[in-house]
Design a protein around this ligand. Sequence first.
Ligand SMILES: Nc1ncnc2c1ncn2[C@@H]1O[C@H](COP(=O)(O)OP(=O)(O)OP(=O)(O)O)[C@@H](O)[C@H]1O
Ligand SMILES: [Mg+2]
Length: 459
Amino acid sequence: MMPDTSPIRVLVADDQVDILDAFRLLLSDEGYDVTAARSPGEALERLEATDFDLAILDLNYTRDTTSGQEGFDLMERIRAADPALPVLVMTAWSSVPGAVEAMRRGARDYIEKPWDDERLLVTVRTQIDLRRALRKSHRLQEANARLQRGATPVFIGDSAAVRDVRQTIERIAPSDAAVLITGEHGTGKDVVATWLHALSERRNRPLVTMNAGGLAEGIAESELFGHVKGAFTDARFDRIGCFELADEGTLFLDEIANMPVRLQAKLLRVLQTGELQRVGSSRLRFVNVRVLSATNAELTAEIAGGRFREDLLYRLNTVVIHLPPLRDRPEDIEPLAVHFLAHYAARYRKPLGGFEPAATAALASHRWPGNVRELAHSVERAVLMADATATSISARHLGLQGTRGAEAGAEAISLEDAERVFIEKVLARHGGDVRLAAQQLGMSRSALYRRLQQYGVRE
Ligand SMILES: Nc1ncnc2c1ncn2[C@@H]1O[C@H](COP(=O)(O)OP(=O)(O)OP(=O)(O)O)[C@@H](O)[C@H]1O
Ligand SMILES: [Mg+2]
């Protein structure tokens, strides 16, 4: 989880000395560490000796100056040796067919000779940022793979808030402390819970998640504690509950504020004693469970309103991890967007390597009421919208203008946009609490959920 501080190494391969010199000048001025190679053989040698961040290859060398075959061969050997190394190709002749073939073989982008310095630098920077972000996420994934069989999501972000959260996670994960994770919808509460478990001594035991708000009270109780055959009409078999499933592991109680008050009392007793009874049974069972919980509600307000037990809160909040909304940590937007772009571009097999400046600006000025989840959805949508050959995401692909336009002038927008903006505002006012927002909007919670799903604000 350390930032990358090593110099950025770029390999440039071309048989023309003046081209190599031009690249060396341009790129060293930007602080890159440039290595030149005058033949495909020399390029491969250099690649074997050093770990590069980017390779820029000419397609044509002296042996055969027009077909690009030598360049393609070189590219293929590089891809085989280091599939993650971004490769840019240079093409001098009427470039399109050669460039397309190179992209087909895995090049990230192409540069036409003669090139425009500004454009070239943007392309180079984009590829390097992407490479670094990917590496970082790979490192996190690897670190995690050693710890746990299942896949743990990455936790991206360079803001002070996210660094703080990461530090807290590392510090408290090994303990058995009860952790309450707070934050609006889509801020990453699940991600934090997963990490807390993955970095704990309990990582080889189960992490069991229960959504405390999703079920009717009777069912929720048996979901939590299990039941025995005959406990109620439908109970035809014994059933083990989440607590017992999580024995020796971690129980993650999601949306804890929505748990019915009577069930809260039962939960409190189990947390105090470590003993539970399955519904319909008087037999005491003992469990050893670490409890994590999450909420997007303001629990102090819930307590004041009699909807949440204060004594239960004190059992759950030994440590509180708060995830600020994305709009309060704008530094995280770009690294997250780059991460999601790499992810979805790979999934949908598109050669997208970055964002156009206008797209980056649109990402930066959007308010993200659905937080990181909304950002992930927007990038996924943009990747799907981009043409098959586009190499970067444009502002149009993102389609975020709706909200901004709506804020700029109410006359120019559609009814649907106006509704969306209004709902987002109400939701933000209630700290992302869907129940309270639905109340104010005079609609049912499920109707509001459906709207939010349409907007990509919630899954
Ligand atoms: N810092 C992050 N780095 C990478 N991905 C993230 C980060 N934060 C959130 N995500 C991704 O954003 C999405 C939403 O995150 P998550 O489900 O953890 O939010 P949540 O706070 O639990 O939301 P809800 O309140 O709706 O349950 C997930 O796909 C998650 O992987
Ligand atoms: Mg969640």
